[in-house]
Design a protein around this ligand. Sequence first.
Ligand SMILES: [Zn+2]
Length: 352
Amino acid sequence: MTSTPQTMLAARYVPGNEKLVLDRAYPIRELKDNEVLLKMVAAGVCHSDTALLSGVGLDTRTSPTLVGDRCLHRYGYVMGHEACGMPVKLGAKVDKHQIHLGQLYSALNLNGCTHGLNGASALLNSFGIGNHGSYAEYYITTSDLLVPVPEGVPPAVAAIASDAGVTAYHAVHHAAQVLIYGVGGVGHLAVQYAKHFGATVYVCDFKPAARQLALELGATEAFDWIELNKRLTAGFTVNTTIDFVATNQTFTTAMATVARNAVDFPVSPRVVLVGISAENLVFNTLAILSSEVQIIGSSYGPRSALVAALDLFAKGTVRAHVSEHPLENVNQIIEELRASDVLGRKVVVARM
Ligand SMILES: [Zn+2]
């Protein structure tokens, strides 16, 4: 079995700190029976991390780290919840015929049986959010969360499949005419999944490069917010909006965009919220009753969504816009995400 070091480079979330703390000698703990130690090959940097680092849902939990029989309580946890890695060590009860050393795997953040712990929802007790994640040279997960990467899917793409891919695929299901707010790491995949499901896709993004990318990926029209409002005045409508931004501006506009679909009863229009912001969204009850709009939260997705996302990448049906950067640069990428200065997804890779 491959020997592994005792420590590694890891980027740790510390409550109250807007930047990740880079720890160059973070201990690699022993494995429990059903766990797998993976070498991190690629890890996507998700916009959700900027929200968590900005104090949205301030998280004061400590993830204990076991080194031998010593328990080191380091404040915070290793962030990063999009991962592609290669197993280098298996726990005693992991089936060696099922999980193979040296094979690439995409890692789910949580399984369908995960329940909330300590008063937090399952999502807040998942890989890289509450528990140690993938902004590190090595990471540990349980064998049931690993999905093999099909031939031809590069590690950076397999990494983003595990979060952006799953989330986008799950959110767009059943949309017919859809307006997508925010063509970022998740949104640019959502455009393509929606097209794959046969939807007519419109997008709204304030960045010209993001609108251009959406058009290249199959969107019918791409608006900035002012253009969208002009079109709304002229009668533009869709039956579904998917909001990867989730501010008062996008939510209010989304409600106006689907309101005209009241003529389509009994099929209710849907406003799907996927993005995370610090804003509280306000709605008028009459506007909801009169249009029978369904306001739906969508986060992450099942294992089948990851399998489907990887398959669509392997077939070339969906293209990921990714670029690779050293793990040490993760804070710089987070700053770029805060400034909305990332097109598609930036992925960190470990130098080993
Ligand atoms: Zn994410």
